[in-house]
Design a protein around this ligand. Structure first.
Ligand SMILES: NC(=O)c1ccc[n+]([C@@H]2O[C@H](COP(=O)([O-])OP(=O)(O)OC[C@H]3O[C@@H](n4cnc5c(N)ncnc54)[C@H](OP(=O)(O)O)[C@@H]3O)[C@@H](O)[C@H]2O)c1
Length: 193
């Protein structure tokens, strides 16, 4: 898989202008809604794949991550064929420290313009009925990995004065429920990290 190019080098005034503000009359990727490079977690099916397709239509170079490499590679091949973009695949289990480290290192090695924290799964049962192992397997990707990857991506975004992080959460965070306690609690954390 080829590696997406590094983001455009910023002007010296980037740090002075602040996130989301125009520099020298030019739109930042955040303002234009077009991102030269983007990393999407949980990119194989569902919402993550929809993000990937939309960004590919706009010409973004993509880094797709999830656990199942075969599905990522199939999507990468499709997007490369249809939109002639660069796509890199990173198979990483964001429930494991090694997987989170791999994705975080990828973000610091070649920074991106957009990070989409999308990987996650819910448990639709009361917290008291959920095993500790299952609870941690959900909290790690949904909350810990989200914070780690954002932490890895932010310094370079701030230095450039441009960058976007999208955290995909759930409307359940606004609708507390005793029988859906676990997803509700952690999506609330996701919405207000
Ligand atoms: N669909 C909804 O109605 C809905 C509603 C509210 C919130 N959400 C949130 O939106 C996000 C995407 O939802 P979706 O419905 O598109 O989910 P989905 O189709 O089940 O996809 C989940 C994605 O996350 C990846 N993933 C799961 N566990 C992972 C792990 N431990 N490490 C790395 N990747 C992991 C999966 O790929 P692998 O299995 O290959 O790793 C997959 O790419 C989730 O965060 C979900 O909580 C969805």
């Amino acid at each position: 898989m080829s590696r997406p190019p590094a983001p455009t080098d910023p002007s010296p005034s980037a740090a002075e202008s602040g996130p989301g503000q125009s520099r020298n009359g030019h739109e930042t990727p955040c303002e234009s809604g077009r991102f030269p490079t983007a990393l999407i977690t949980g990119a194989s099916p569902g919402i993550g794949a929809a993000f990937a397709r939309r960004l590919a239509q706009q010409g973004s170079a993509l880094i797709l991550t999830a656990r199942r490499k075969d599905r990522l590679e199939a999507l990468a091949e499709l997007l490369q064929h249809e939109y002639h973009i660069q796509v890199e695949v990173l198979d990483a289990d964001l429930a494991s420290p090694d997987g989170v480290n791999a994705a975080a290192q990828r973000l610091t090695a070649a920074p991106v313009d957009l990070l989409v924290n999308n990987a996650g799964l819910g448990i639709y049962r009361p917290l008291a009925d959920t095993s500790e192992a299952k609870l941690m397997s959900r909290l790690q990707p949904n909350v810990v990995a989200l914070a780690r990857l954002t932490h890895a991506a932010l310094p370079e975004m701030i230095r450039r004065g441009s960058g976007t992080v999208i955290n995909v959460a759930s409307g359940l965070a606004f609708n507390p429920s005793a029988t859906r306690a676990t997803p509700t609690n952690w999506t609330a954390l996701t919405i207000q990290p």
